[in-house]
Design a protein around this ligand. Structure first.
Ligand SMILES: NC(=O)c1ccc[n+]([C@@H]2O[C@H](COP(=O)([O-])OP(=O)(O)OC[C@H]3O[C@@H](n4cnc5c(N)ncnc54)[C@H](OP(=O)(O)O)[C@@H]3O)[C@@H](O)[C@H]2O)c1
Length: 290
């Protein structure tokens, strides 16, 4: 991997993103640079302050992943200033809440989690340097086993990011016309959203697998497990077995910083170093583990 290394974490002003950024800042070299990014200038500045003195340099930047062209412009800046990027964690997510109807929250979720994931893969994967890592934070709901089998071909037959965008459009249209349950879509939008994130990783990985593995480059989706953050708290009465963001960040940091990638992880959904089967369904556990 090129030295100095450049890292980018989206949605890094709090929660898991901040913990991953802190871990990178502590473990990368003093010559390395970590971009702590999120949508709100005040919260970005506060998060940088909170990290204090770090081993690697931390640079706060506003990156609203839902803003038109923002990811593309950020990628162009990285290329111009550093010639590429080494570590990317696509983590930003909008919060959904049990207090509002799921259908009212689907558009925001698609925009922030899914369209942003597609745009990260489109604009940052091409400038990932050999030996680099690009992780998309999904969850263990991101496997097809959580979905009505009638919908599996939509994802299984996707060959490009444009195909994934078409699936997202058809899901969103079904939600807006009130036909989603008839078509097999679950009411809880987190499931299709997380599956579409993993599917996007899978189509890009299928296109780049051989050269990436030769170069030691990893593109994968990850599920961090249940974390005690403002995002998860409204969903669970008992958070006693939830991890802290720092605990959840540990497995991601291992994937980001290991000198030797495991080819079995490439293009897959990885939880604590283990691949979750794409057609599997860990329903019993996933309610607690995420
Ligand atoms: N918490 C869990 O149990 C759990 C389980 C499985 C998977 N995950 C996944 O882990 C990731 C992080 O979750 P978390 O619990 O740490 O969430 P969180 O505490 O809500 O943090 C989300 C981060 O994303 C940022 N964000 C929101 N919209 C954005 C936008 N448009 N552009 C840029 N940044 C934006 C937020 O910024 P602000 O500070 O401005 O709000 C915040 O920094 C998500 O992808 C989530 O789906 C979480």
């Amino acid at each position: 991997m090129t030295d100095p290394r450049i890292a980018l974490v989206t949605g890094a002003s709090q929660g898991l993103g901040l913990a991953v950024t802190a871990g990178l800042a502590a473990r990368l070299a003093p010559t390395d640079l970590v971009y702590l990014t999120s949508r709100d200038p005040g919260r970005v500045a506060r998060a940088v302050d909170e990290l204090g003195d770090t081993r690697a340099t931390v640079r706060g930047r506003v990156l609203d992943v839902a803003a038109p062209d923002a990811i593309e412009r950020f990628a162009a800046d990285l290329e111009e200033q550093h010639g590429g990027v080494d570590l990317v964690v696509s983590n930003a997510a909008t919060r959904i809440t049990p207090a509002e109807p799921p259908a009212a929250q689907t558009d925001a979720l698609i925009k922030t989690s899914n369209q942003a994931t597609v745009r990260v893969l489109r604009s940052l994967a091409p400038i990932l340097r050999p030996g680099g890592r690009l992780l998309v934070v999904a969850s263990s709901f991101g496997t097809l086993g959580h979905l009505d089998p009638r919908l599996w071909p939509l994802f299984d037959e996707a060959r490009s990011l444009a195909d994934i965008e078409a699936v997202l459009t058809s899901w969103r249209d079904a939600v807006h016309t009130g036909t989603e349950e008839q078509a097999g879509w679950p009411r809880w939008p987190n499931i299709p959203s997380k599956i579409a994130q993993v599917a996007a990783v899978r189509v890009v990985a299928a296109q780049r697998r051989e050269p990436d593995l030769t170069a030691g480059t990893l593109i994968a989706a990850v599920c961090p497990g249940l974390i005690d953050t403002e995002a998860s708290r409204p969903w669970f009465a008992d958070m006693s077995d939830a991890q802290t963001p720092e605990q959840a960040a540990a497995a991601l940091l291992d994937l980001l910083l290991t000198p030797q990638i495991d080819p079995a992880h490439y293009g897959e959904l990885v939880r604590a170093g283990k691949v979750l089967p794409w057609h599997g369904n860990e329903t019993a556990e996933s309610r607690r583990i995420n």
